[in-house]
Design a protein around this ligand. Structure first.
Ligand code: FAD
Length: 276
C-alpha cells in the first residue's frame, strides 16, 4: 500500500547550532515530499518571535509548505490577530490551532479559554482563508473529565470550524481506531491524522508521556530497560516497533501520518524506511 500524506513537526530553534540542526533535518526530510511541515509555538509570550522566524525559514530557505502552530493560552486577541496577519502575509494557508499549556508559575489567562475559542476567532476574522488543524486525544487529554467529555470538546472545535485533526502520539493502534469510530458516531467527519513519535531517547519519552498522558506499553518499557546502554539495539527495536504501528494505521485507513521529529531526521527516516 502506498504511503499516505506525510507531515513533519519541528520546534523553533533558538540558537545558531539548533538552526543548523533544523536545516539539516528539513533538507533530509524534504526528500520524502511531505504534504506540509509544521512548527510548534511556546505558550506565554517569551518565544513569540521564534515560530514566525522558523516558518519564514522553512518557506524561504527550504521551499516547504510550513504551518505555524498557534496556542491561545496567555495570549490576547490583539497579539494573536497580529501573528495571524503576519502568517497571512507570509503566504501560510494552514494553522494548527491549540490551547497550549502555560508554564507553571505563569498566571496570565489571556483572552481565550479553549482551543475552540481560537478556532472560532480565526474563522470569524479570516473567513475560510486558513485551513485549521486541531489536536485530538485517542487516549484522552489528561485534564478531561472523561473520554466522552473530551470527544465532545473535540467536536466543539470542529463545529467552530476546524478542517482536520492531528492526534497526540500513542503506541496503541486500537486506541486510535476506537477514537475515530467514536468520533464518526458523534458526527465528526474531518480527517483525523495520527501523530507518530519515533523513539530516540527513551528517558525523555517517558517524561514527555507522563506530562501529556500518552501511554507507553509496559512491555516496551521492559524491553528498553533490557537493552540498557546498547544504543544500536534500542534504535533497531524502536524503529521496528513504531514502523509496525504505522503499518497498522495505514492498513486501517489512517488519512496521513504526522511525525513529531524533535528536529531529528534519523528516527523518522528509520521508521519510514521500513514502510517502503
Ligand atoms: P483544548 O481543545 O482547549 O482542550 C483542553 C482541555 O479542555 C481538554 O481536557 C478538553 O477536554 C477541555 N475542554 C475543551 N473545551 C472545553 C469546554 N468548552 N468546556 C470544558 N472543557 C473543555 N502545545 C503548545 O504549547 N504548543 C504547540 O505548538 C503544541 N502543538 C501541539 C500539536 C499537537 C498535534 C498536539 C496533539 C498537541 C500540541 N500541543 C502544543 C499541546 C497542547 O497545547 C496541550 O495538549 C493542551 O493541554 C491542550 O491543547 P488543546 O488545543 O487540545 O486544548
Amino acid at each position: 500500500m502506498p504511503l499516505p500524506a506525510l507531515s513533519f513537526e519541528f520546534y523553533p530553534p533558538k540558537t545558531d547550532e539548533q538552526r543548523a540542526q533544523l536545516d539539516k533535518t528539513a533538507a533530509r526530510l524534504k526528500s520524502l515530499k511531505p504534504d506540509y511541515v509544521s512548527c510548534t509555538f511556546g505558550a506565554g509570550g517569551s518565544t513569540l518571535s521564534y515560530t514566525p522566524e522558523t516558518i519564514e525559514r522553512l518557506h524561504a530557505h527550504h521551499g516547504l509548505d510550513a504551518a505555524p502552530h498557534l496556542s491561545c493560552v496567555g495570549g490576547t486577541r490583539a497579539e494573536l490577530g497580529e501573528l495571524l496577519l503576519r502568517y497571512k502575509a507570509m503566504g501560510c494557508r494552514r494553522i494548527v490551532a491549540l490551547r497550549g499549556d502555560l508554564p507553571s508559575g505563569m498566571g496570565r489567562a489571556g483572552d481565550f479559554r479553549y482551543a475552540s475559542d481560537l478556532v472560532e476567532f480565526i474563522r470569524t476574522e479570516y473567513n475560510g482563508f486558513f485551513h485549521i488543524e486541531v489536536a485530538a486525544y485517542p487516549e484522552c487529554h489528561p485534564q478531561a473529565d472523561d473520554a466522552l467529555a473530551d470527544l465532545r470538546n473535540f467536536k466543539r472545535k470542529v463545529e467552530a470550524g476546524a478542517n482536520g485533526a492531528i492526534t497526540q502520539y500513542f503506541y496503541n493502534a486500537d486506541a486510535y481506531f476506537r477514537f475515530v469510530d467514536d468520533a464518526r458516531r458523534l458526527g465528526i467527519d474531518v480527517p483525523i491524522v495520527p501523530g507518530i513519535m519515533p523513539i530516540s531517547n527513551f528517558t525523555q519519552l517517558r517524561r514527555f508521556s507522563e506530562a501529556c498522558g500518552a501511554e507507553i506499553p509496559r512491555w516496551i518499557g521492559k524491553r528498553m530497560q533490557a537493552f540498557g546502554d546498547d544504543v544500536d539495539s534500542v534504535r533497531e527495536f524502536a524503529s521496528d516497533f513504531v514502523a509496525s504501528l504505522c503499518q497498522r494505521l495505514i492498513d486501517g485507513g489512517a488519512p496521513g501520518l504526522h511525525f513529531y521529529t524533535l528536529n531529528l531526521s534519523k528516527p523518522t527516516l528509520g521508521v519510514l524506511a521500513r514502510l517502503e
